[in-house]
Write a protein that binds this ligand. Structure first.
Ligand code: SF4
Length: 62
């Protein structure tokens, strides 16, 4: 799993951080992947967080 956030789309709602703080964090008011957690911890909730991102800024690849 490879998780990334498009900074052009994220507007800092913080929902991903609320849902999964082990993988997502806030940097300068915008969502970011916690350094070293780009594999999403292989947690299925990462896909859920991506689907629920209000700006569709989270990408989950293989
Ligand atoms: S849920 Fe989406 S818009 Fe909100 S902080 Fe996370 S990546 Fe950004």
């Amino acid at each position: 799993m490879k998780v990334s956030i498009d900074p052009e789309l994220c507007y800092g709602s913080g929902e991903c951080v609320y849902r999964l703080p082990s993988v997502f964090t806030v940097v300068d008011g915008f969502g970011a992947v916690v350094p070293g957690r780009e594999d999403g911890d292989d947690d299925p909730e990462v896909r859920d967080a991506a689907e629920r991102c209000p700006s569709q800024a989270i990408t989950v690849g293989e």
